[in-house]
Ligand binder design. Structure first.
Ligand code: ATP
Ligand code: MG
Length: 398
């Protein structure tokens, strides 16, 4: 029997709303076999009673770093307790005490002694448990940049990696994760840390549109009732998410579009639902990031967007030359502005592969949208030349 076209007030289009939470670990991890294998290879010695290796995981936001580590930690935890995995979200826990308390809770399975007690007491508890279980500690420091900002990166790395010196445990492994492509977590380590930190570099490239579509199709299967969203709309969402180089944007768009259909009592998502969801997901983020830039940074960003639309090369040198057309800017200032744009999450500076290995600039947003947002955000007295920057109308995201 065909269901009535409109939802009853107690009906929902989501069979599992959790599938759209950012912390959801999917049944199957698509297109990350190489990274999973590399991490498994580093854990293997520990499964045989030895020590685990270390790694630096690097990739832009939404490339599956956290999910991949969580997946391998779940698998490792099942293997007869020879590995004691501890996942630390350094955005939340960046002091020494917070990190050790979190390790204690995960290794010992109970809360750490009350705050304010000596760190050594917590470390002793962790080490005792590791010895009892004959397990090797592996710590994931996710978003490890936060430790650098907090001034605890080197101390924590040193202490964790050298835990065996003082507490008679197996040498721990550390998986340090960052979404900042310009940051080299190995180079940030002191020489004393580097002598025990020999991480494998594990890159996470942005998913292609085809890969994102596959991930979204699987997520829709896990989280939605059948036929709620069409393949055509999923394909459009994959295009937007691929443009953002962030599969998370795609997951948010599916949820946002379905919620709009549900709110209106419809059983199917329409293109209008998606258009509204897309505006809600991408526009405010770009506007907020652009508004925080200085006038000169915004002017350079506008020129980058123009260059990208014109189809010219996006090597740093090319953009520097192009910037001279509207404003005589020094090389040092140009590099500082580019770093600020990368830090703001609007561009990525990708190490080059050609001769000279000049870095290339990758915009995270649609170039037309960037140009329009820069123009709209232009403050009085800005050096943006309206002839060059303001002529482009805002193009709908879809
Ligand atoms: N290969 C994949 N298969 C299925 N789902 C995935 C895959 N990769 C990522 N996801 C989903 O995409 C979302 C973002 O992934 P994740 O949090 O792992 O990204 P990240 O690289 O850690 O991003 P950030 O740098 O912002 O922390 C999650 O909801 C995750 O479930
Ligand atoms: Mg993450």
């Amino acid at each position: 029997m065909t269901p009535p076209p409109f939802l009853r007030h107690d009906e929902t289009l989501f069979c599992n709303l959790d599938a759209f939470e950012h912390t959801f670990v999917p049944d199957h991890l698509y297109h990350r076999d190489a990274q999973l294998q590399e991490l498994a290879f580093l854990l293997q010695p520990a499964l045989r009673g030895g020590s685990a290796g270390s790694a630096v995981l690097r990739g832009t936001p939404g490339t599956g770093k956290t999910t991949t580590v969580r997946r391998i930690f779940t698998l490792a935890g099942e293997e007869g307790q020879k590995i004691a995995p501890a996942y630390i979200n350094c955005r939340h826990d960046h002091t020494q005490l917070a990190v050790y308390r979190s390790i204690f809770e995960q290794v010992c399975g109970c809360p750490a002694p009350p705050a304010g007690r000596y760190l050594d007491e917590i470390k002793r508890g962790i080490a005792a448990r590791l010895r009892d279980e004959k397990a090797a500690l592996v710590v994931c420091l996710d978003d490890a940049d936060e430790l650098i900002a907090a001034g605890t990166y080197n101390t924590l790395l040193y202490q964790i990696l050298r835990l065996y010196e003082r507490w008679n445990v197996k040498k721990p492994g550390v998986f340090a994760v960052t979404s900042n492509l310009a940051l080299n977590l190995y180079a940030e380590a002191d020489p004393s840390v580097r002598s025990v930190f020999h991480p494998a570099e594990i890159p996470f490239l942005p998913y292609t549109k085809v890969e994102i579509r596959e991930i979204l199709t699987d997520r829709a299967r896990q989280g939605l009732y059948p036929r709620v969203i069409s393949k055509v709309l999923l394909d459009r969402i994959a295009t937007i998410a691929a443009g953002e180089q962030d599969v998370r944007v795609g997951i948010d768009l599916v949820r946002g579009a379905v919620q709009r259909a549900e709110k209106d009592g419809r059983r199917r998502v329409t293109p209008g639902d998606l258009a509204a969801a897309a505006r809600a997901v991408t526009a405010p983020a770009l506007q907020a990031k652009t508004a925080r830039l200085s006038d000169d940074e915004r002017a350079l960003l506008c020129r980058i967007a123009e260059t990208s639309v014109e189809g010219a090369g996006m090597a740093v040198g090319t953009v520097f030359e192009a910037a001279q057309d509207y404003h005589a800017i020094g090389r040092t200032a140009c590099h500082e502005h580019l770093n600020a744009l990368a830090k703001a999450g609007i561009i990525d500076l990708v190490p080059g592969t050609g001769r000279g290995r000049e870095r290339a600039i990758r915009l995270r947003y649609d170039p037309d949208d960037v140009a329009a947002t820069c123009t709209a955000a232009k403050k009085p007295g800005s050096i943006v030349n309206p002839d060059q920057a303001g002529i482009r109308d805002s193009r709908p995201v879809l």
